[in-house]
Design a protein around this ligand. Structure first.
Ligand SMILES: CC(C)(COP(=O)(O)OP(=O)(O)OC[C@H]1O[C@@H](n2cnc3c(N)ncnc32)[C@H](O)[C@@H]1OP(=O)(O)O)[C@@H](O)C(=O)NCCC(=O)NCCS
Length: 179
């Protein structure tokens, strides 16, 4: 990562879970308002998400990265990633979640998280990387800007409804490393 970026990317730990959960809940509310039901978004809780992510952090092969604001030390973004879920080849890894707080978007943090995650996955033997993104997500262009191709759609059950999601694939993970 460049020294000019006003944030630090480091591995996420159990001590970070409550802040990670805060980023997730706030970012879902700011991004998916209008796409998901208000009741669902308003009912999300930091406590539930912290528990969910504690489980996820403990799962085999799953890693977390956090983006930290150097001035206050607060976490402003995170990503988690690891082996691809479903029936996929062992060298196909997945970004499970990627969120940057609203006031910090557009400053290269998402790129730095994906690039650092890709480097880590490549070290673990991954050749390709993918991420599932809600088809209605207004930020799909981010993945396209980073060179990912939409390769597949599927359905996800959220908020008592099915939503379409799209898989974005980086066939050659090396294109992302050191981006
Ligand atoms: C999507 C997200 C992770 C991107 O992170 P970010 O730090 O804002 O993105 P970056 O600053 O690294 O942007 C990288 C490039 O993508 C482009 N980009 C990012 N979001 C974009 C958007 N919504 N529309 C068009 N281009 C976009 C940037 O302009 C930049 O292009 P450039 O290289 O030409 O300057 C972040 O905005 C976010 O968390 N959004 C809300 C939650 C979300 O949608 N998460 C993804 C869930 S799957």
């Amino acid at each position: 990562m460049s020294d000019q970026r006003p944030f630090e990317i480091r591995p996420g730990t159990g001590d970070d879970l409550f802040m990670i959960a805060g980023v997730l809940v706030d970012t879902w509310r700011s991004t998916f308002r209008g796409l998901l039901a208000d009741d669902f978004l308003d009912g999300m809780s930091r406590e539930d998400q912290a528990v969910r992510h504690a489980r996820r952090m403990g799962a085999p092969g799953v890693h977390y990265l956090v983006a930290v604001e150097p001035s206050g030390g607060g976490i402003v973004g995170f990503a988690n990633f690891g082996p691809g879920r479903g029936t996929v080849p062992a060298d196909l890894h997945e970004i499970y979640a990627l969120y940057v707080r609203a006031g910090y978007q557009g400053a290269g943090i998402g790129t730095a998280l994906v690039s650092t995650a890709a480097g880590h996955c490549a070290e673990q033997g991954a050749k390709s990387l993918f991420a599932w993104v809600l088809s209605g997500n207004p930020n799909r262009k981010f993945y396209e800007r980073l060179g990912a191709k939409a390769v597949e759609t599927s359905s996800i059950w959220l908020d008592d409804r099915h939503y379409e999601q799209v898989a974005y694939l980086w066939e050659d993970i090396t294109t992302l490393v050191n981006r």
